[in-house]
Design a protein around this ligand. Structure first.
Ligand code: FAD
Ligand code: SF4
Length: 532
């Protein structure tokens, strides 16, 4: 595009700021303002990103850019395949500031500390004002959290969530009480499927690539050859219209069973009754308020129960808001957290799914296949194994940030370092999420096709989750014994005699030497698994 004569505001739109209602788009003066977007390699390589994550961001950005052009907005857009500076956001921005001499750079608050630092450093160096605008695509702001947090010793989701519900009048009845009489229906949200498995599942809405997406997919296939995963089956919503259709599809076909089965898992069914809306919400194609309103409408029409409604809303009005504040309140030191002093390397099978351990094989393979796994697969299989194995938190953080289409650091880091690895020592969760293989057996059918036995902690058939569970308690006994929420677990540990403890420690050493248990047990390749 030709150089504007006098740019006053260079308005930066980041890859996760693709909202048509972005407040800084409201008063754009084409004579003085220029919108600026850039696809840069650094965003796909600072952690090795899966092909589907790279494709999702590039495709959603290009579609958004097209919608801005359709609205006749003045836009300077750098494609990753252009010859100009596309290595990092800071460099690309610096090069245009030097060329265009804007009087100020304007941007919504970013979702990642690293990006904020890079933009601030660039603008400081070049002597241009940088104006951050509060991101309105969340229900609560920093001041809300700080007021709430100032009255407590500990940050706990449940109490924060109640304040959000009250402040936003979400599921509050006319007497000011929680709808249905209870704040939380968590106890009704732990169902498993039994032998029959999930019934009447429908394929979630999937979106065929259009010309813009096709071009992105071809570029990813050609240029991201070393990146994990595949884009062969890329069907993510990448426009506002598609995101709205995905929301409608969830409300009509899955919300009703979301509550009951939100913790359940089943082979070849990663979605089950989950919404698959996180990626669209995280890049702001959907606003959390409209998602909540759509769910409440379904409840008001009698289409879904209070258990399903509250169970789902808790994730968005509760967890999603809470983790964002934990992130911004704890950065920049949060990424260095390592309360349990874990230092094991991330096992290779996290990059290809090549392990005979059924739960890990399926969860990794599905993740790489589609850039998606649901919460319990992430927490109670992939994260749990890394926690009990003692993987260096930085390595598992980089993996989670790289592989999922919905991964943005403000939401990923507290979930991984806090909730799943307990690396923050309890800021996010009151206790580490630990479990034996019996939990996975109860909540899924993975163990039915596994060469190992979840009931055994030692011996040839030992399930490594079960082994590592006991070993974890022994290893961290001094640090965690006083945790009130682990009293039951430590009481059970106390029942093990010395020889049993020794045998478990020996078995755990074996698992750490060979965490994928690739010892001749049958291994299904990813290709065999997906049948193509
Ligand atoms: P649903 O199960 O349908 O839930 C509805 C929505 O609630 C989600 O779309 C999401 O916006 C929100 N939500 C649910 N749980 C959480 C949570 N714990 N924290 C924040 N929001 C939540 N979520 C991400 O968006 N990006 C990530 O990178 C990410 N990494 C995670 C890593 C680990 C180890 C764990 C345990 C969780 C992670 N989560 C992450 C949270 C959650 O697992 C995903 O939001 C969810 O699985 C996305 O699928 P869905 O849209 O089908 O969610
Ligand atoms: Fe996973 Fe253990 Fe069950 Fe195998 S036996 S699927 S490793 S929990």
């Amino acid at each position: 595009m030709s150089k504007p004569s006098s740019i006053q505001r260079l308005i930066v739109l980041l890859g996760d700021q693709l909202s048509p209602t972005n407040p800084i788009l409201k008063k754009v003066d084409p004579k003085k303002d220029l919108l600026w977007m850039a696809e840069v390699w650094e965003e796909s390589t600072h952690v090795l990103s899966s092909k589907s994550r790279v494709a999702f961001f590039l495709s959603a950005m290009r579609h958004f850019a097209q919608s801005l052009r359709d609205r006749k907005m003045p836009l300077l857009y750098h494609r990753i395949d252009e010859a100009s500076e596309s290595g990092s956001l800071g460099k690309a921005l610096a090069s245009d500031i030097q060329r265009l001499h804007p009087t100020q750079v304007v941007c919504l608050e970013p979702g990642e500390w690293r990006v904020k630092e890079a933009m601030e450093a660039t603008c400081r160096k070049l002597g241009v004002a940088l104006n951050w605008v509060e991101d309105p695509h969340f229900l609560t702001n920093r001041a809300f959290f700080e007021t709430w947090a100032s009255q407590r010793k500990e940050w706990r989701l449940e109490y924060f969530y109640r304040e959000v519900r009250k402040a936003q009048k979400i599921l509050i009845d006319s007497a000011g009480k929680p709808e249905g009489g209870k704040w939380n229906y968590d106890a009704s949200n732990r169902g498993s499927f039994g032998k029959k498995g999930p019934q009447n599942l429908r394929e979630p809405a999937r979106f065929m690539p259009d010309a813009i997406t096709e071009e992105v997919l071809q570029w990813v296939e050609g240029q991201c050859t070393d990146h994990p995963g595949s884009v062969e089956h890329f069907r993510w919503p990448v426009t506002r219209e598609e995101a709205l259709r995905a929301l409608e599809d969830f409300i009509n076909h899955r919300l009703g069973d979301f509550g009951t089965y939100q913790d359940a898992m089943w082979i070849h069914e990663p979605t089950l009754y989950h919404s698959r809306l996180s990626a669209a919400m995280n890049v702001k194609l959907l606003d959390p308020r409209e998602v909540i309103q759509a769910v409440i409408r379904a409840y008001d029409q009698g289409a879904v129960s209070i258990e399903a409604t509250e169970g789902f809303i808790r994730q968005i009005a509760g967890w999603r808001e809470f983790v964002r504040h934990v992130y911004w309140q704890s950065m920049p030191g949060y990424l260095e957290s390592n309360f349990l002093k874990a230092g094991q390397g991330l096992p290779d099978f996290y990059w290809d799914g090549n392990t005979p351990l059924s739960c890990l094989h399926h969860c990794v393979s599905e993740t790489l296949h589609d850039g998606y796994a649901h919460h319990i697969q992430r927490l109670m299989v992939l994260g749990l194994y890394s926690l009990m194995l003692g993987v260096d938190p930085k390595q598992i953080h980089a993996w989670f940030l790289g592989v999922y289409v919905d991964a943005v650091e403000w939401v990923e880091a507290p979930n991984v370092l806090g909730m799943s690895q307990f690396a923050d020592g309890g800021k996010m969760s009151s206790k580490p999420y630990i479990a034996t293989g019996k939990y996975i057996k109860r909540m899924s059918n993975y163990c039915q096709t596994c060469p190992r036995d979840p009931d055994q902690a030692t011996g040839e058939k030992a399930c490594p989750f079960t082994t590592l569970y006991w070993d974890f308690l022994m290893q961290h006994e001094k640090r965690l014994r006083s945790n009130q929420r682990l009293q039951f677990q430590f009481k059970n540990l106390d029942r093990l005699d010395d020889s049993r403890r020794k045998a478990i420690r020996e078995q755990a050493k074996k698992v750490r030497r060979n965490p994928g248990c690739q010892d001749g047990d049958s291994v299904k390749s990813q290709k065999e698994f997906f049948g193509n």
